[in-house]
Design a protein around this ligand. Structure first.
Ligand code: NAD
Length: 493
């Protein structure tokens, strides 16, 4: 296994297949979004590598599934332990990959460990999730939770190590083997993570293959040896996967995008709510989180007060510190790649239209935002931007921007707030700011979202499910979702 000791050099990373690091074909360059510089290369795999990786995962399946669940748990615990030694290296790679400031990533080391330990504990309990069924005295009915077989986990660029872990830890705990396909925009940390993990697991149990979705996506997801596909990504990719698997249907799990509302009522603690509005969208990875609160619905009676408070907080000196993403003192990173950068900039250009009023922000470009630091001139930097919209019909209120751009929209009544919040093709998350307990419960009941947070936001943890409704997807990366329930009957008369 290789060691990454000099992160400053352009290093070539390989796929992790059947316990070996391999790649013989074409590669592509990985770009640091803070500087626009090439810093690593990753494999652009093709069909032959899809064959190798699916054979490896299939070959390892039976032995892995046949292990006592507790033994699988012991393996997963060792992976958690490994992170104590390697988390810093992995998080630095990810920061160079997708621009999340290291400060944001520091907490991730603990989260990743927790997920492996949670899955390790759950592995031993998976058998207990079967049921016994009363069928009279002549028959004995029961169900077993069984692994699907080979799982393909497809990862987005915004949170590679996190999404790698929630898919791998729970799929493996349930007795599946897994193939991870990271995004072509951020594969390095995942390739290295795969190397480290495959040193711990039996060969073929966990594999990582990098490449474009257009080159290997269809072959991978539609492969006859693949039993389940779990995607975290966009609705467009979910549609392609659904089409590719239509002729040999298999279990699908989709964690997709959002346009989540953060709803502030006049009875809220305004200081706390303004903080919640700010933290919900102006995150340390520049708003590139699926559940970011990009639609800010504020009751008209407190609309100006909340907006003014958010503006004060965001525009005070040093509120947002951009710069070297590996410097723990900086608080907001760039957009993760050039494709997404152009997309976010095009939405910012829209704010010049009469239908919007810019409260703050609206600029982009390393040369504009970091004029004294020439090494960031070609980086993908965007200023946190808040705009007001008169109503919710406009483009910025409806489409997922996936950047540090919030749109504030006024409402008058609770009914209107619920109607506006639910008037979206997405249903991932929602925030509610109120001190009225009855109202909080009414909103929890009526909001069409997989996650509702009251007087808080972004409460995602190993002990909570995370799922969406509508075009935000379905299913949860959990041990149960990586098993099917086998119904069994024994006649005993
Ligand atoms: P994307 O859909 O463009 O890419 C995701 C992955 O799919 C990549 O690895 C890509 O290579 C792969 N892919 C592309 N075409 C494919 C095909 N035909 N077959 C198989 N795989 C294919 O998404 P992205 O731009 O990387 O990520 C951003 C999106 O992810 C946003 O919509 C965001 O909201 C969503 N997201 C959701 C969650 C969640 O938990 N709900 C978390 C993070 C990100």
């Amino acid at each position: 296994m290789t060691n990454v000791t000099e992160l400053s050099k352009v290093k070539a990373y390989g796929n992790v297949i059947d316990g070996k690091i391999m790649h013989t074909g074409e590669s592509m360059e990985s770009v640091n979004p803070a500087t626009g510089e090439v810093w690593a290369t990753i494999p652009l795999s093709q069909k032959n590598e899809v064959e190798l990786v699916t054979q490896a995962a299939r070959g390892a399946f039976e032995d892995w599934a046949d292990l006592p669940a507790r033994t699988r748990g012991d393996y997963l615990r060792k992976i958690g332990d490994m992170l104590s030694q390697h988390a810093t290296e992995l998080l630095e790679l990810e920061t160079k990959n997708n621009g999340w400031v290291l400060d944001e990533h520091a907490y991730l080391a603990e989260v990743l460990k927790q997920l492996w330990y949670d899955a390790a504990g759950g592995a031993a309990l998976v058998g207990g999730q079967g049921r016994t069924v009363q069928m009279g005295t002549d028959d004995f009915g029961f169900t077993l939770r069984k692994p699907y077989g080979v799982v393909v986990g497809i990862l987005p660029w915004n949170a590679p190590l996190f999404t790698f872990t929630i898919k791998a830890a729970y799929a493996l705990a349930a007795g599946n083997t897994i193939i991870l396909k990271p995004s072509e925009h951020a594969a390095v940390a995942c390739l290295r993570y795969g190397e480290l993990i495959s040193d711990i697991l039996p060969k073929g149990v966990l594999n990582v293959i990098s490449g474009y979705g257009k080159d290997i996506g269809d072959d991978l997801v539609a492969h006859k040896e693949v039993d389940k596909v779990s995607l975290t990504g966009s609705i467009a990719t979910a549609e392609l996967i659904t089409k590719a698997t239509a002729h040999s249907p298999k279990s699908l799990l989709f964690e997709l995008g959002g346009k989540s509302p953060n709803i502030v009522f006049e009875d809220a603690d305004i200081e706390q709510a303004a903080q919640g509005v700010m933290n919900g969208i102006f995150t340390r990875n520049a708003g590139q989180i699926c559940s970011s609160a990009s639609r800010i619905l504020i009751q008209r009676s407190v609309f100006d007060e909340v907006i003014e408070r958010v503006k004060e907080m965001m525009t005070k000196k040093d509120a947002v510190r951009m710069g070297d993403t590996l410097d723990i003192n900086n608080s907001m990173g760039p957009i993760a790649n050039i494709v997404q950068y152009k997309k976010v900039c095009s939405y910012i250009d829209e704010t010049a239209n009469d239908e919007y009023e810019v409260v703050f922000g609206g600029r982009y470009g390393g040369d504009v935002l970091l004029p004294n630091e020439p090494k960031f001139a070609n980086g993908f930097w965007v200023e946190p931007t808040l705009v007001k919209a008169k109503d919710q019909t406009q483009k910025l209120c409806r489409e997922e921007i996936f950047g540090p751009v919030g749109v504030a929209i006024p409402f008058d009544t609770e009914e209107e707030a619920i109607e506006l919040a639910n008037d979206s093709t997405f249903g991932l998350a929602a925030g509610v700011w109120t001190q009225d307990l009855a109202r909080a419960h009414r909103l929890i009941d009526k909001l069409n979202a997989g996650n509702v947070w009251v007087n808080t936001y972004f409460r995602v943890a190993a002990d909570l499910p995370f799922t969406g409704v509508k075009e935000s997807g379905y299913g949860t990366d959990s041990i149960l979702d990586y098993t099917y329930e086998k119904a069994c009957v024994m006649t005993i008369k």
